[in-house]
Structures are given as structure tokens and as C-alpha cells.
Design a protein around this ligand. Sequence first.
Ligand code: BJW
Ligand code: ZN
Length: 249
Amino acid sequence: MEHGAVEAAAALLARARRVVVFTGAGMSAESGVPTFRDALTGLWHRYDPQSLATPQAFAADPDLVWGWYEWRRSAVRRARPNAGHLAVAAIEAHVPQPLVVTQNVDDLHERAGSPDPVHLHGSLFAPRCCACAHPAPAGADADEPAGGRRLPPPRCVRCCAPVRPGVVWFGEALPQAALDTAATAAADCDVLLTVGTSALVYPAAEIPRTAARAGAAVVQVNPGPTPLDPVATLNLRGPAAEVLPAVVG
Ligand code: BJW
Ligand code: ZN
């Protein structure tokens, strides 16, 4: 991690009024929640997204999909926010107009003290009916369920259709209000801090690009290169739980 870049990022944040913090799976990696696309440890390295994270997959095999998401939900329940999540909450507390926008379906920002992060890809803790969208309780935790073990989804109390995970699958629209809030804030911020995302999945990956086009400084935190490298004003190479506390000081 380059000391000068950390100081430059701290100076940008200290001067900023409107800051968007845009996070991806790398934000929660040091809490033990796996990313999607990292070699060896990423979920898509071990599991096929087409068979698990599409509406077609849920229609074809609801027990497989529900069981996989219940396994991930119980793993997140056992995880704790890391020093990076705490640093994001500290940034939010010090900036006049902050907004945290996350692609993550975990609740680690909330548990670190970020009051109301915008969840672009939904949440593991907001299941709903697949037919009438009536919200369903997130349910009790199974004891360390094995990854991929089949589990029949509960039924909707209103219409009896299967309950589905409240996440955004490939081919599905993002929640419009969340996307609008994120895009408007990105078009109107002084600094956009992007943390732990490969920036490959659209339309979410448009958010930091929107900020850059509007003239904001884009500060990226990631141990590896991403397509945002040329867009970013500053690239801080390193893990979120080390870099962000250093920036916050
Ligand atoms: C660290 C770290 C540490 C590691 N510290 N960093 C071709 C071109 C463009 C678009 C498309 C296309 N073909 C299809 C599409 C559309 C598609 C898409 O973008 N696909 C691309 C993959 C090509 N998009 C969609 O389908 C979206 N919907 C849509 O377009 O709808 C259109 C529509 C409109 C109107 C009506 C109907 C439809 C929906 C996308 C939904 C994405 N869903 C997922 C799963 C959520 C549920 C679940 O959790 O299972 O969201 S996929 C997965 O990717 C998840 C993530 O939020 C998302 C982004 O991943 P993220 O967070 O960037 O993680 P990784 O793993 O990719 O990267 C981790 C990064 O962290 C790496 O850079 C590491 O280096 C770094 N890292 N350790 C800091 N310690
Ligand atoms: Zn229903």
C-alpha cells in the first residue's frame, strides 16, 4: 500500500461534502464471506451461476437454490463486520452528505453502524413470495447446513407459492428506487470511493463510471486490477480491512 496515495485519499475525503461509498464482495472478504470471481476462493469458481443465480434455476430446482441461499445466509449470520466496514461507517459519520451503495447481499454494513445502505442486489434477509412478492420471514438458522444441500422453500402465507431469496439474479431488474438513488448520488458527488468490486456486473458497474463522467474524484480500493483502474483518480492496492482504516486514520 502506497503511503502517498493513502494520504491523498484522506485529503480528498476531508474536503468532500458529498461522498458515495460503492462496495462489492471484496468488502466482506476479510469477514470470511467469499467473493464471486476471485480465483480458487470465489463462489463462481465452485458453483455454476446459471444453476443457482437465475430465475430459471429457481423454477427448475427450487430446493437446490433455496438450500444454497440458506447455507450462505447462515454463514453471513456467523460472520462479523471487519475493520473496513467500521471505517466506512466512520467516513459516513464525518462527511456532510454520505451514501453507502452496496452490491452485497449481506448485512455487514448495517452491523458496522452504516444506518441505511442502498442494496442494489437485494438482501439474503428479505425473502419474498415468488408469485405475489409478499415478504416472508428470514427464518431460523440451520446448524451449519452443507453448501448445496437441497431444502424445500417455505410457502407464501398469502398465496401458497414458493418463497424465493430476496436477491437480484442475472437477467432480473435491479430495484428501481435503489438504482435511482445510487445513480443520482453518483452524478452529484465530490468523491466516489469504490471498494472490493470487480466492476464487471451491470448496471451496478455504471455507478463509479457515472461519478467519473460527472467530474467526481474516484478512489478505488482493491488488491488487484479492475476495469476501473483507468477511470480512478487514485488506486489504493490492498485489502479493504487494511487500506480503509489507514485512510480514515
Ligand atoms: C478485495 C478483497 C479484499 C478480494 N479487499 N477487495 C454483457 C455485457 C453487459 C451486461 C451483460 C452482458 N450479459 C449479461 C449482462 C447483464 C448482467 C451482467 O452484467 N452480466 C455480466 C457478468 C456480463 N446483469 C444482469 O443480469 C443484471 N440485470 C440486468 O441487467 O437486468 C436487465 C433488465 C432490465 C429490465 C427488466 C429485466 C431485466 C442483474 C445482475 C445481478 C447480479 N447478481 C449477483 C448475485 C446476487 C445474489 C447472490 O449473492 O447470489 O450479484 S452476481 C454477483 O456479482 C453478485 C455481486 O453483487 C455481483 C458483483 O460482484 P462483485 O461484488 O464485484 O464481486 P466479484 O467477486 O466479482 O469481485 C470481488 C472483487 O473484490 C475483486 O475485484 C477482488 O480483487 C476484490 N477483493 N478480496 C478488497 N480483501
Ligand atoms: Zn404469495
